[in-house]
Design a protein around this ligand. Structure first.
Ligand code: 9UX
Length: 70
């Protein structure tokens, strides 16, 4: 499935890379597109292997706040 998660606190390309790596390192994640302009991350993943809450947790563990899921 594919979701977009609001991510707050990304201000530079290093933030962008940290969030991208945090999400893409999770098992079951198929693709990640992080947008600094839109402050979100669009993620395709296998829901049998990882959950949207698991993805949010990984972003928060990397040091960024998450918001709603669309
Ligand atoms: Mo540089 Mo982006 O400290 O937080 S990684 S602004």
């Amino acid at each position: 499935m594919k979701i977009t998660i609001d991510v707050h606190g990304m201000t530079c390309m290093h933030c962008h890379e940290r969030v991208t790596k945090a999400i893409s390192s999770l098992e079951g994640v198929e693709s990640v597109e992080v947008s600094l302009e839109e402050n979100n991350a669009t993620v395709s993943f296998d829901p049998d292997k990882v959950t949207s809450d698991g993805i949010k947790q990984a972003v928060e563990d990397a040091g960024y706040e998450t918001g709603g899921i669309g």
